[in-house]
Design a protein around this ligand. Sequence first.
Ligand code: NAD
Length: 303
Amino acid sequence: MNAIPSVKLIDGKATAARVLADVRTHVARLRESGLQPGLAVVLVGTDAASQVYVRNKVLRAGEVGIRSLEQRLPSDASQAQLLELIEQLNRDPDVHGILVQLPLPAHIDEHQVVQAIDPLKDVDGFHSHNVGGLAQGRSVLTPCTPSGCMRLLRDACGELRGKHAVVVGRSNIVGKPMAALLLQADCTVTVVHSRSRDLQALCRQADIVVAAVGKPRLIDADWLKPGAVVIDVGINRIEEDGRSRLVGDVDFAAALPRVSAITPVPGGVGPMTIAYLMKNTLLALDLQRQAAQQERTPCLSPC
Ligand code: NAD
């Protein structure tokens, strides 16, 4: 097989390493001034995948000098117990970011839990305050995966203004915030989903395709305009040739000759998500300091 031209590959691992190096430098500076950013990660229950995600987040935090606080509750913990823990973390001045690992056990109302997190500590960017702020184009905490995708796109495309981006998928954690961020970057944005008609024709018009569906290799070369830039958020485990492997929502091998740049799976968007969680923890700290400053500043206008 011919080697893949490296200009075409959007290397999420390398970009994530750069993001994390910047975070590490920033944290070191903060620590010199006596301030250590803190991230609380809350896990309810024993879901195997969630345990791996939490372990990785805690490990990564340690690597960049962020103090992590792992909080575990049993599967049968009540909603009230979880809300009480979040309240404690909201009040803790050493905790700057709070992440509740999803999904939660079925008896817990996910929305109510997310809404209980102080929006200035909501490093996942899922609180309505942050969702609304993103829609209004204000400077708020935005979800980690789409934020990471934006960084990859800026690096790959340079100027995004005026480009036509098609986002495939409309979930609250990827598709919708991705569309909002692209809009903020002055792209023309189309969102397509499971009920859209003529998906392929819509995708074929796109300069940028962001796939966040969860269907292995749904998008093949016929869906793509020659020279398009493709960000594949999908992570799908399949059995192939007698072994288990991870593939994206895009048929990578078929798309490669047609596109100008594409993220691989794994090694594309995945590493960016955790890097942006660390970056968001610093942003949260910054927003909290700004809010505290505003509280201290006397109101000079008649109010
Ligand atoms: P989701 O199930 O919440 O949403 C999937 C979306 O795809 C829905 O809006 C649905 O309308 C749309 N859809 C379903 N079938 C479709 C079809 N045939 N054509 C067009 N649209 C269709 O999923 P999600 O949470 O947004 O995740 C999507 C994928 O991204 C999953 O594979 C997930 O594992 C992956 N993911 C990766 C990361 C990462 O860090 N890389 C983070 C989050 C999600």
